[in-house]
Design a protein around this ligand. Structure first.
Ligand SMILES: *Cc1c(COP(=O)(O)O)cnc(C)c1O
Length: 236
């Protein structure tokens, strides 16, 4: 291992320890077992070498937000023990790529994507776990279906070949405390479970708000910055 690898490994190990302590404290405060909550390390914009170091430190769930970047990173990382999660905006023409590398899709938010992803999953002979992304702030740029569209969308996912409905996903609104938005998400999730009792998972919580998400019942935390440090701004 080179000197810089050793330094980066120590940095990631310390960050992982800090995040793990936060997750444990949040679970304790919410009266939930730690095993209920999966930590997804969001490695977008980060090199495959970071993913490999995280894998050596015991991380098994890795999140990416761009199909193309992910596809090459998955190949370069070459670690079959990892479960890759697509957390970013989905495009219909990337369904085939995503069905090839992702085990879990967090960001399905429109009916045409159900058709495209189902077809791609069947073709790849894979089953994809799917979260339906709900918009909590009516900002189309941040993705997510309006709450009113969610019932039809989850029914479509549940009925689609190659897709397994797991639950709802959301990103918190910008510039406000996440608590009320996550409480609203929890209500929608409970409604969803009345129709789909097996959809018991909830994808919510990022670096700044994981505590509020665990309190609201999140089962999948998507953590980037707190593990990997600040990203360079994404190109526009
Ligand atoms: C980047 C990203 C995250 C991680 O955000 P951090 O604030 O860096 O923890 C989570 N969810 C989605 C959808 C993302 O794009």
């Amino acid at each position: 291992m080179t000197g810089s690898d050793t330094g980066r490994r120590a940095q990631l190990a310390a960050a992982l320890e800090r995040v793990e302590a936060r997750v444990q404290a949040a679970c304790r405060a919410a009266g939930r077992p730690r095993g209920d909550v999966t930590l997804v390390a969001v490695t977008k914009t980060r090199p495959a070498s970071d993913v490999a170091l995280l894998a050596e430190l015991g991380v098994r769930d890795v999140g990416e937000s761009k199909a193309q970047e992910a596809e090459s990173k998955v190949a370069e990382t070459g670690r079959p023990e990892l479960r890759w999660h697509m957390v970013g905006r989905l495009q219909r023409n990337k369904a085939r790529s995503v069905a090839g590398w992702a085990a879990v899709v967090h960001s399905l938010d429109r009916a045409p994507l159900v058709v495209a992803l189902s077809r791609a999953a069947v073709r790849a002979q894979r089953e994809l776990d799917v979260f339906v992304q709900v918009s909590l702030d009516a900002d189309p740029a941040r993705g997510g279906a309006p709450a009113g569209d969610v019932p039809a969308l989850v029914d479509a996912v549940a009925a689609a070949d190659g897709l397994v409905l797991r639950g709802l996903m959301a990103v918190p609104p910008l510039g406000t405390a996440p608590g009320p938005a996550y409480a609203e998400l929890a209500v929608l999730a409970e409604r969803l479970r009345a129709a789909h009792p097996d959809a018991t998972q909830l994808s919510a919580g990022m670096s700044d708000d994981l505590e509020a998400a665990v309190a609201a019942g999140s089962t999948h935390l998507r953590i980037g910055t707190a593990l990997l440090g600040h990203r360079a701004p994404l190109p526009r």
